[in-house]
Design a protein around this ligand. Structure first.
Ligand code: FAD
Length: 307
């Protein structure tokens, strides 16, 4: 019941100001967002890749309001790519981007987001890696898929995310599986109305499995974005039935969540990619992590009152 309330708060400027200013917030935030600058994050990249993990890097931020902020977002990603170039990790470290941070919701937002994200995709390709377009709320997705298709003309490795809770996703999965795309499947983290999305966890889990089967049986590269032990077991079984080799799909989890499981799957020979977010504009990302698990919120509230 708390999840939808927290997700509504994640879009409130008043709550953003209140929570961001609370002195203890930072300690709780660090569990999910382990740095603010490229300098903070490079040692973490070195540490995780040294343990056999792969990464997808997210510079936190979304829903920007001026074209200058969109340009700043592009430049932040370009600085990251420039910095990781020297680590020579190639496809082991890719980037995840939210198009709302690249100007998608502004005037001529579709064109603006495409113009801002393209240089990041080009820079990533130049160091042997790629970019995945995150999925945001359902109103943004037609534009996201069109940008994905456009980028794939020059950079076929560009990935995108689909959300099992949306009714539209089974059709999106069929299209993407047939055209050989890299696709991350997640359950979905936004507050969506009943007209477009399943509201019930059981329905969402069942849809996730149906969609995953489509991806595994298709021609693309499935990326299983979930911490759910049941989903991970089913994914292994579906991969086996589809005769996929270990390098023909991958698991993805978020930094700070089920970290032992990251290492266990990597030790079993799976490609395991950790979604690692950093930066100062962490509010929206942090609130979605609280909404996913009530225990996170209890821990956060306890830290605030115990100070
Ligand atoms: P759940 O059923 O929610 O959780 C299963 C178990 O995982 C829980 O019982 C708990 O043990 C653990 N767990 C899950 N979440 C948390 C948490 N926050 N804190 C602590 N433990 C937790 N969503 C989008 O809408 N768009 C995206 O682009 C997107 N990208 C993602 C990228 C990756 C790599 C991952 C892993 C998730 C992404 N998500 C995205 C979030 C996703 O939609 C879910 O909200 C989130 O993954 C929780 O779902 P779950 O599959 O882990 O299963």
């Amino acid at each position: 019941m708390l999840g939808p309330v927290i997700l509504a708060a994640s879009r409130s400027d008043r709550m953003r100001r209140l929570i961001s200013a609370a002195p203890v917030t930072k300690q709780v935030v660090d569990r999910f967002i382990p740095g603010e600058t490229v300098d903070d994050i490079v040692p973490i990249i070195e540490d995780l890749t040294g343990k056999g993990l792969e990464l997808t890097m997210d510079v936190v931020g979304e829903d920007i309001t001026t074209p200058e902020q969109a340009t700043a977002a592009r430049d932040a990603y370009l600085r990251l790519v420039d910095r990781i170039k020297d680590l020579r990790l190639g496809p082991k470290v890719e980037m995840s981007v939210k198009l709302s941070m690249f100007g998608q919701a502004l005037e001529n937002g579709h064109e603006l987001a495409l113009a801002n994200v393209r240089p990041v995709v080009e820079a990533a390709a130049a160091i042997g890696t790629t970019v995945t377009l995150d999925a945001e709320d359902h109103t943004t997705l037609d534009s996201m898929f069109a940008i994905h298709e456009e980028l794939r003309k020059d950079f076929p490795q560009t990935g995108c995310v689909i959300q099992a809770y949306l009714f539209r996703t089974e059709a999106d999965a069929r299209r993407l599986a047939a055209n050989g795309s890299r696709v991350r499947l997640v359950k979905g983290a936004y507050k969506e109305p009943a007209e477009v999305a399943y509201q019930n966890k059981h329905e969402i889990d069942k849809a996730y499995v149906r969609i995953l089967r489509t991806l595994m049986e298709g021609d693309g590269y499935p990326m299983i974005g979930s911490h759910d032990p049941r989903i991970i077991g089913i994914a292994q079984e579906l991969a086996r039935k589809a005769r996929r080799k270990l390098d023909e799909y991958e698991f993805q989890m978020l930094y700070g969540i089920r970290s032992d499981e990251h290492l266990r799957l990597a030790a079993e020979g799976h490609r395991m990619r950790v979604y690692t977010a950093y930066g100062t504009d962490w509010y929206g990302y942090f609130m979605r992590r609280l909404a996913e698990k009530p225990a996170n919120l209890r821990f956060f509230v306890r830290s605030m009152v115990s100070k």
